[in-house]
Design a protein around this ligand. Structure first.
Ligand code: ACM
Length: 551
């Protein structure tokens, strides 16, 4: 009798306690904001030795995703989660739903259990990323927190899928080299916010960062220079030896690390402009004027020392590089650069002038297009699994892109980004929006003397980045050409990983949300409330960030 009274009292009190707990905990800070989320009352209490049922899937990659979550859970909370064949006995049930989009998921947390549905491994991965964001932040940080005594999830129903398939971040390692461990940290930041494309800018006038066995001088010469800082204005080269590059095994390791986080890596070999380091390494094959000395550049800006596209050896060089990229990077896209390619040296070069005349053009930009056409034909002559689509910066639109196979081309729009993206779509090619203002997140994120030295005046604030609207006022028939968004990070002024991170965060999350969340749900104040609750995550991870935004 006494026991029954106790149970009755408990039954009356418990919902009140739960409501109190719910009232105390604000709407979960899921980032990017899900397409649909309803928070109910009550919580699901996580226990030790829970069971999880996992549907079978070719290659067992859903199992890999689920087991990675179980591993994180045990490491960070001490709670064991084992898989079971008996769905009815499971506390966490995973199920396939072919109706859901490739990266979409449904996550249903009740007081009794958790159900996750998706059609592909990526969807399950994103569901678990969301689930981790519903738990104390040490879980997303992959670190134990002994001060937390009970682990619970809010009752919630989330039906989610990204707005865009391309949610990218680009890192320039040509100007400054950060190395494997820092790149992995960047990939972790991206995965936190469900970003899925790492664009790796590996070559520049100031450094070639990728080992190519057939052209050893690219790294023996092209990866080294005699200055850490890059000269600009009053800043002069400092004479300090500076170098760094990735070996093939480094690349394989990083590609695998990214893939575990559902991030594909697109390498960029920026040719024929921004290539002075390659020209310095192989002047006979690549220079327009091989008779004069060439060195890896010590300055910022746009070098005129571009590759001689009319030299068949330069075309062969580019084909050989492409072969190596196909070997190392399984992703279906390669970026060939194409930005800021001065034509002065071509204009003075006999072979270049003859080639332009043979093309029946007077526009020197068409020499660049003709160079790309040879490379594209080469790629399209390969078996299907070795073919790659090509991505270019939007200056390529100044040439006659009708000479190229446009189905296989994506234009990354940075300068005059919105009109360039529209022109791309009108010409029948896909685009990616990476507007210099405000998506170049290497630019200062605030004004004031405490900001690290970088480009810009501090007007690319978190709010400015957040408030950019991708594909605004675009006609519905052109919208399918808008494949996504990307933040870019150029490193002329950025030498230290801590500065890289400071400038990236939290602006990376603002771009991630533009890539994921429907425009009508995007609201800066709401974002600010959620992003501020990521400060402890950044602290636990040891990621540097713009603290002025997070207070
Ligand atoms: C670029 O910013 N030069 C693509």
């Amino acid at each position: 009798m006494r026991k029954n009274y106790f149970l009755l009292a408990l039954a009356m009190v418990l919902p009140v306690l739960m409501m109190a707990e719910n009232a105390a905990s604000p709407t979960p800070a899921v980032l990017p904001r899900p397409a649909e989320m309803t928070v109910g009352t009550g919580r699901f209490l996580l226990k030790n030795k829970m069971k999880m049922s996992i549907p079978s899937y070719p290659g067992d990659s859903i199992k890999t995703v689920a087991e990675a979550f179980a591993h994180t859970l045990e490491h960070t909370t001490g709670l064991r989660l084992a898989s079971t064949d008996k769905e009815k006995k499971a506390h966490i049930r995973l199920a396939l739903d072919a109706q859901l989009p490739a990266e979409g998921y449904r996550l249903q947390v009740s007081a009794a259990d958790v159900r996750i549905e998706a059609s592909k491994p990526a969807g399950f991965f994103y569901a678990f990323q969301t689930l981790k964001q519903l738990l104390p932040c040490n879980v997303m940080a992959e670190q134990p927190d002994p001060s937390v005594k009970t682990w619970s999830l809010p009752v919630v129903l989330i039906t989610d899928a990204p707005r865009f398939g391309w949610r990218g971040f680009m890192l320039d390692e040509g100007r400054h080299f950060f190395g494997k461990e820092e790149v992995k940290r960047v990939l972790d930041m991206m995965a936190t916010y469900k970003m899925n494309r790492f664009h790796w800018h590996l070559t520049e006038d100031q450094g070639w960062r990728l080992e190519i066995p057939k052209y050893p001088r690219l790294t023996e010469i092209g990866a080294n220079r005699n200055s850490r800082v890059l000269g600009w204005g009053d800043t002069k080269p400092d004479g300090q030896p500076y170098s760094g590059h990735y070996t093939r095994s480094d690349i394989q390791e990083i590609v695998a690390y990214a893939r575990e986080r559902f991030i594909e890596i697109m390498p960029e070999i920026d040719i024929p402009g921004h290539s002075q380091a390659a020209v310095a390494a192989y002047p006979t094959e690549l220079a327009c004027d091989p008779e004069v000395p060439h060195e890896v550049w010590l300055w910022q800006g746009v070098s005129t020392d571009v590759i001689n596209v009319a030299n068949p050896k330069a075309v062969q060089f580019a084909k050989d590089i492409i072969d190596e990229l196909i070997e190392l990077f399984p992703f279906g896209y390669i970026h060939m650069g194409g930005d800021e390619c001065p034509t002065q040296k071509w204009e003075k070069n006999e072979a270049c002038r003859a080639q332009l005349a043979a093309l029946g053009s007077t526009n020197f930009r068409d020499l660049q297009i003709n160079f790309y056409k040879q490379l594209q034909d080469y790629i399209l002559s390969k078996p299907a699994d070795r073919q790659r689509k090509l991505v270019f910066w939007n200056e390529v639109l100044h040439g006659n892109t009708d000479r190229l196979h446009k189905d296989n081309i994506t234009i990354m729009a940075w300068v005059g980004a919105d009109p360039a993206a529209l022109e791309t779509a009108r010409r029948g090619m896909d685009n990616i929006l990476s507007p210099q203002i405000p998506y170049y997140i290497n630019r200062r994120q605030a004004a004031g003397p405490d900001e690290p030295r970088s480009q810009g005046h501090g007007t690319e604030t978190v709010k400015a980045v957040y408030d950019y609207e991708p594909a605004r006022n675009v006609a519905p028939e052109l919208l399918p050409r808008y494949t996504g968004v990307q933040a870019n990070f150029w490193t002329e002024w950025v030498e230290e990983p801590s500065v890289l991170e400071y400038l990236m965060l939290p602006r990376l999350a603002a771009v991630a949300e533009a890539g994921w969340t429907p425009q009508n749900l995007r609201n800066y104040e709401d974002f600010l409330q959620r992003i501020r609750r990521n400060a402890p995550l950044y602290d636990l991870r040891g990621w540097n960030y713009g603290k002025h935004v997070m207070k």
